[in-house]
Design a protein around this ligand. Sequence first.
Ligand SMILES: [Zn+2]
Length: 255
Amino acid sequence: LPPAEVHRLRLQNVLEKAAGLTRYARDYDPEKMDHRELPAVDLLDFLCHPDRYTVEGKKVKREKLVYPVGNAPRTAVVGREVEESRRVKCFRRMSDPALRQFAPHALAARLDVLRAAEFRGTKTPLRNALIVFSGILEGALTREDGDRLWEQYQVPVFEQFLGIDGELLAWECEVHQGLHVCEEAAYFERGEEDRLLVSFLSNPRLPVLRLDTGLAGRITDEPCACGAAGSRVVDMRRRTARVGAEVQVRRAAVG
Ligand SMILES: [Zn+2]
């Protein structure tokens, strides 16, 4: 099937689930409607009324950590639950003594966890890479964040953009030119004024289409020098500081 048709079917599938199982899309007719006719979901409305968008009793499975280059070395993951292995272990906090004992070569942590750790002066020496989990709630990694983290850890920094339940939606490769979209998990669209909309394709708890992320960005289908196919989100940034502040206030309500 051509990629556009694959996207259409995936979005149709989400629309059917949303229409049948949530309050948010009960008025929509999946038989007749194209997802592009659906109004974008306002981020603050979504954060204020998460129950309208949620399928009760559904949970999101733990994913494997996607390591951006080759196989993961000994990697500590903080603030996100992923499948553990001999080399990949999850920790609750950066200050966990078990994390120091584990002596990771790479660290994968949420942006807010890293900012807080910097504030407290907690860090762990690394050899390979730092993966930063950004997201709809945390915002995108800014250039200032990237520079500071590089100074602190002295290893390459890779961004991974997560959905509301910690599912991977897009990831940065070693070329560092935008984030590769995880095509089975997310469909990104560029709205007016570079608004970035996202549809969750594989989250059984949140079948949400065209959620306004509060971020701006562009989407490109140009091939990446790393050789990975598919589209990339480039130049992702928080639209305004006000949206960022409001999201921080509301975020406690979801998840
Ligand atoms: Zn690439």
